[in-house]
Design a protein around this ligand. Structure first.
Ligand SMILES: Cc1cc2nc3c(=O)[nH]c(=O)nc-3n(C[C@H](O)[C@H](O)[C@H](O)COP(=O)(O)O)c2cc1C
Length: 156
């Protein structure tokens, strides 16, 4: 069993992280997002160093994490490949205070100032200070074993 297979057994949520750089919007599906600190509020995610959008996310100074809702599998797939402009086409959204795209239907969002970039092997860890956030009722999309799913068995 490969290390990738073992890692895939860890169930995560699914996000689309966006930024605005060089006059265009950038977005990618990401399941490495995690919360880090409450005071000050900080979060992190990691980006593959070879990603086309790596420069945009490390140079723009801010990013916005959209936590996808359980019914947003199509959005997760759309933001995982293809040209950037096609990822945002047909997507209902609004622009945040820092000009990043906020996707309609997300169960939560966190807008961050990029605070630190930590190199870790073939990825960079992007640590952000949360400068804005919001959420609505609902459940997030889950991801495990390379499959999307819903949290259907949460206990009280
Ligand atoms: C469920 C899922 C989670 C992903 N999580 C990450 C991640 O945390 N970091 C990352 O760099 N890529 C992640 N990817 C892959 C990127 O979405 C994909 O490589 C990226 O959109 C490629 O675009 P780009 O090279 O044009 O930037 C994930 C893909 C999927 C389907």
């Amino acid at each position: 069993m490969s290390i990738k297979e073992a890692m895939s057994r860890f169930t995560t949520g699914v996000t689309v992280v966006t930024t605005h750089f060089d006059g265009q919007d950038w977005g990618m599906t990401c399941n490495s997002f995690n919360t880090v600190s409450l005071e000050p509020a900080m979060v992190l995610w990691s980006i593959r160093k070879q990603a086309n959008s790596h420069r945009a996310f490390t140079q723009s100074g801010s990013y916005l994490v959209n936590v996808l809702q359980a019914d947003q599998t199509a959005t997760a797939l759309r933001f995982a490949s293809g040209p950037q402009h096609e990822r945002f086409a047909q997507q209902v959204s609004e622009r945040s205070a820092h000009h990043n795209i906020k996707l309609q239907g997300s169960v939560a969002w966190f807008e961050c100032r990029l605070a630190q970039v930590v190199s870790a092997g073939d990825h960079d860890i992007l640590i952000g200070e949360v400068v804005g956030h919001g959420c609505q009722n609902g459940w997030g999309l889950a991801y495990a074993n390379h499959q999307f799913g819903v949290h259907s068995a949460f206990q009280n």
